[in-house]
Design a binder for this molecule. Structure first.
Ligand SMILES: Cc1cc2nc3c(=O)[nH]c(=O)nc-3n(C[C@H](O)[C@H](O)[C@H](O)COP(=O)(O)OP(=O)(O)OC[C@H]3O[C@@H](n4cnc5c(N)ncnc54)[C@H](O)[C@@H]3O)c2cc1C
Length: 645
């Protein structure tokens, strides 16, 4: 008889996989009232960004970030909440604190049950619906049968969908398959490879490194296109090299153990070359950490209701069911990795425009109640080469979690959401309310009382008038006006040129002009008037108020991510709040001709603040927000005010 205990569980939404896509999917749905179980096979959350792998999270800020007040492509919503939290609470850049913050975000949600060290291993079908999954936790000798109305596969490898019989794509599609100009003439099964990262530290005395006999041997010719030991980027000595890549010609799932062993030999071989053969002044440097879980870039991609393609990205095709956006270049790598030293480690095709990710690319083509989010998205190899970056995966995860929660309320199955324009509109409006950005989509929430108010301020700058807080968009994405057709060529060469000359041609990715809504989209008080600065919303007739939501400026034009790379971190405001963000503020309401104190906040560093009043206030003629201090700027900035009764 087995010692395994079997337990039956039930929830509204089961999320398999706790990488950035899964975490954001689960939290978004739980916050909207769904009962969620998040099943993660590792002891920590974060997937490739976790302390086990340590890849830093990038997204639509791309290679060159944005432009102040003109182009703010950094993702909003949950991933921004996580990034801001980490920037303040993890100045030391500890990978373990990253794990802890994600864990804490999940623990904070009453509707979310987190099953760590638990692997989804099977799915039981009821016709074309998943009825339940089996998940195993060997460490406690437990097996769970988890029934749910909806499922989301955020496992990266697509285990749940594969068990449920969803068709998958693997490798590189040929040009004819989807008419993609960048695709090879003939398709193959090769993928991007995997990578083991390392961290090294400088000591106060020489630290010799004796390589074990099984490491790979390299020569300087192997590194002609793979620079290392360079400052100013992620090519220093402290954070390993993403280009230590291998295994793309094998099956990244079935050959995983072999790939790990080979990658350990390659990674230590590169370190051996750096330490003992490169001639660099590295005597005091020693390995601090080396990963044992390879970072996997690519495995299964599902066939969903829509397969996102290179053409959708280059043309920034507008999808009515868009639930997220992306902007990272189409970033392909030679599957042979370090075995192809004559080929650049990546080919990065610049995208001129931010692009939509439609919900239909997150819904199974042949199963009624299965979503997916993350790198297993329904996308061609070329589109995936952009969507796979983790801030984009996180935004997609939030989009899917939000869609699931609202579809559950409406009693609509995932497969039917795209055919329900009213539900889609509610999902998109909810995403905006939760600070996600959707191209060309403005706040049209009929319940938002702020949209009916007259807005004034104690002072304002040109273009940053008070009324901007109800412009319906909370960021500027119109760019420099110079963006046009994508320049041909590999942007990686730009990076190499920058290393040599210190100069780079910054290429920006902004919203396409027809969906950009140019403008500042925030109130800016006049620095000459100093602080405090006041913003006032006044209604023609008194209103009842139960909730007030503020969105502050957090410098979305900048890079912001926990990175072990010193050069990359130096380009951020790390270890502190973002200087644009309002720090201290007071909210008051005018009732029957008298101003009444509602709330005072100090030490704020968050972008989105929701203030639910302990008791709803009736008869409110006006609301006043007084900015007392910022985290560095000499004037107040508020991107949006929403008011709900
Ligand atoms: C070396 C490397 C460099 C990269 N560079 C960057 C970069 O600089 N920035 C960036 O943003 N992205 C980068 N990427 C891409 C990015 O890391 C991945 O595309 C991304 O992790 C995808 O996120 P995800 O949540 O879909 O999947 P993952 O991060 O893979 O997370 C999936 C999670 O699900 C878990 N899981 C798997 N199977 C099961 C199961 N059956 N049951 C339960 N749980 C399961 C996994 O353990 C994992 O924790 C890089 C990737 C690699 C490997």
């Amino acid at each position: 008889m087995s010692v395994v205990t079997e337990t039956s569980l039930r929830c509204d939404l089961l999320v398999a996989g706790g990488g950035m896509a899964g975490v954001c999917c689960a939290i978004a749905a739980a916050r909207l009232g769904s009962r969620v179980i998040l099943v993660q096979d590792r002891p920590v959350l974060g997937g490739n960004a976790s302390s086990e792998i340590r890849m830093h999270i990038v997204g639509a800020t791309g290679l060159h970030a944005g432009l102040p007040l003109r182009l703010e492509p950094r993702e909003g919503g949950l991933i921004e909440e996580i990034r801001l939290e980490l920037a303040v609470r993890n100045p030391q850049r500890s990978p373990a604190v990253f794990d802890l913050v994600l864990y804490e975000f999940c623990r904070a949600e009453q509707n979310l049950t987190l099953l760590l060290n638990t692997t989804v291993v099977a799915a039981r079908m009821d016709g074309d619906r998943i009825a339940e999954v089996t998940a195993e936790r060997p460490s406690t000798e437990d097996r769970f049968r988890i029934a749910a109305d909806m499922f989301a596969d955020c496992t990266g490898d697509g285990r749940l969908g594969a068990e449920a019989g969803v068709p998958v794509m693997r490798g590189r599609e040929g040009r004819g398959a989807f008419g993609e100009p960048l695709a090879p003439a003939a398709g193959d099964t090769k993928t991007l490879g995997s990578t083991i990262l390392f961290q090294a530290r400088k000591h106060d005395r020489p630290m010799p490194f004796v390589a074990p006999p099984w490491v790979r041997r390299f020569t300087p010719a192997d590194f002609k296109l793979r620079p290392f030991g360079k400052s100013g980027a992620d090519l220093g000595l402290e954070y390993g090299y993403w280009w230590i890549e291998w295994g793309g010609c094998l099956d990244s799932i079935k050959d995983g153990e072999r790939i790990r062993d080979e990658l350990l030999g390659i990674t230590l071989g590169v370190w051996n070359h750096i330490k003992n053969e490169s001639g660099l002044d590295v005597a005091h440097w020693a390995l601090d950490w080396i990963g044992f879980v390879p970072g996997k870039r690519e495995s299964r991609r599902f066939v969903g209701q829509h397969v996102l393609t290179e053409n959708d990205l280059f043309s920034s095709r507008a999808f009515p069911d868009a639930i997220a956006f992306g902007g990272w270049p189409i970033d392909t790598h030679p599957p042979e990795g370090v075995d192809a030293p004559a080929e650049p480690p990546c080919t990065q095709h610049h995208l001129p425009w931010l692009y939509d990710v439609p919900l239909r690319s997150c819904v199974a083509s042949n199963r009624r109640n299965l979503f997916f989010a993350g790198r297993n998205l329904s996308a061609t190899h070329l589109a995936f080469a952009s969507t796979r970056v983790m801030a984009t995966c996180a935004a997609i995860g939030q989009g899917v979690g939000t869609a699931a929660a609202l579809a559950l309320r409406a009693g609509t199955e995932p497969a039917a959401i795209a055919g329900d324009p009213a539900l889609l509109a509610r999902i998109r409006q909810r995403l905006l309310r939760d600070d996600a950005y959707l191209l060309g989509c403005r706040n049209e929430d009929p319940d938002d009382l702020a949209r009916r108010a007259e807005v004034t301020a104690s002072s304002a700058q040109l273009g940053g008038e008070a009324v901007q807080v109800i412009s319906g968009q909370t960021r500027s994405v119109h760019g420099s006006g110079e963006t046009g057709p994508a320049p041909a060529g590999n942007q990686w060469e730009n990076v190499l040129r920058e290393l040599e000359t210190g100069r780079a041609r910054a290429l920006h990715t902004c919203a396409p002009p027809d969906r950009a809504f140019p403008g500042l989209h925030r109130w800016l008080s006049d620095p000459a008037a100093g602080l405090p600065a006041r913003l006032e919303l006044r209604w023609p007739e008194p209103v009842a108020i139960a909730e007030l939501q503020l969105v502050f400026d957090t410098g979305l034009h900048r890079f912001l991510t926990l990175s072990q790379a010193d050069g990359y971190t130096a380009r951020m405001e790390w270890g502190r709040p973002q200087p644009e963000t309002v720090r201290d503020y007071r909210i008051e309401a005018e009732i029957a001709g008298a101003w009444r104190h509602v709330h005072t906040e100090t030490d704020n560093y968050r972008r989105r603040r929701v203030h639910r009043l302990p008791e709803p206030l009736a008869g409110v003629a006006a609301l006043r927000i007084t900015v007392l201090a910022t985290n560095g700027l000499d004037h107040a900035r508020i991107c949006e005010v929403r008011v709900y009764s």
